[in-house]
Design a protein around this ligand. Sequence first.
Ligand SMILES: NC(=O)c1ccc[n+]([C@@H]2O[C@H](COP(=O)([O-])OP(=O)(O)OC[C@H]3O[C@@H](n4cnc5c(N)ncnc54)[C@H](O)[C@@H]3O)[C@@H](O)[C@H]2O)c1
Length: 295
Amino acid sequence: MAQQIERVGVLGAGLMGHGIAQVAAQSGYQVVVREVDDATLTKGIGKIEKQLARAVEREKLSQQDAEEVRGRIRGTVDYRDLADCDLVIEAITESLPLKLEMWREVDEVVKPEAVFATNTSSLPVIDQAAVTGRPAQFVGMHYFNPAQVMKLVEVVRCVTSSDEAFQTALEFARSQGKLAIPTKDKAGFIVNRLLVPYMLDAIRAHEEGVGSTAEIDEAMKAGAGHPMGPLTLADFVGLDTLGSICDVLFDEFREKRFARPPMLRKMLSAGWFGRKTGMGFYDYSGEAAVENPGI
Ligand SMILES: NC(=O)c1ccc[n+]([C@@H]2O[C@H](COP(=O)([O-])OP(=O)(O)OC[C@H]3O[C@@H](n4cnc5c(N)ncnc54)[C@H](O)[C@@H]3O)[C@@H](O)[C@H]2O)c1
């Protein structure tokens, strides 16, 4: 039997957190979003407001509905505001020490019956579940970017997850119109297990001079029917996030296909994290993205 969910807590209002919060509010849930400071919180909520305004402009949402959705989202920097949440989903930085520190705080203040979920792309769910006092109520809910658009949520059952928590997560995802696919707690789950080595191989192909950034992307679009090329996709995911995911996969499987390519390492040292910093494989500072001449 699934638990009744009314109030949802979201940790992080970055690329994924703001989308997860918006999707939940659009599905009628009350949402509390927690960020590290006011400036980051305002930026994240601002992204939601922009998306809602765009939906109104495109006549996908009425002005009144947009206002109601916005009215269901509350921002905070205080963990204690999550206390009454029935479900808490974390979408903070992909770093195990940071996530563990955060869960210890959240576990202290949130009501004991609430279900916890991690949106991690690669870290083992059990490692996070184990630091809470409620490992049976802990699951993975892996949304895709942008969460407002992408249909899939991988629902991850770790060794300690109860049937009830797992059902709660499956039903919550479905209640938002998502396709919920159950997966095991294996690093990368289904999609990143396959997609990450593909993006890394595209970077290696670039390093070897097989093609330029745009040539590799255009070839995969036209030749494999993909909606976007692998280097555009890497910029979209965030090169810092991609780097963290491939490190975790490499640690887990010790296979070369998951190793961080030197080009990615250099781009991260330069502070080029992809779209979110305006520079990655492409330069996003102008009207249209152009190839980054530095790589
Ligand atoms: N980028 C993707 O395509 C993608 C897709 C699916 C899942 N994920 C996963 O989602 C998570 C977030 O990734 P992202 O791309 O949104 O990263 P991001 O860097 O865009 O956002 C992370 C946010 O978390 C905030 N944060 C850090 N510590 C916090 C805390 N203790 N409490 C509240 N907020 C905190 C940061 O200030 C930042 O705004 C990661 O685990 C990542 O693996 C990412």
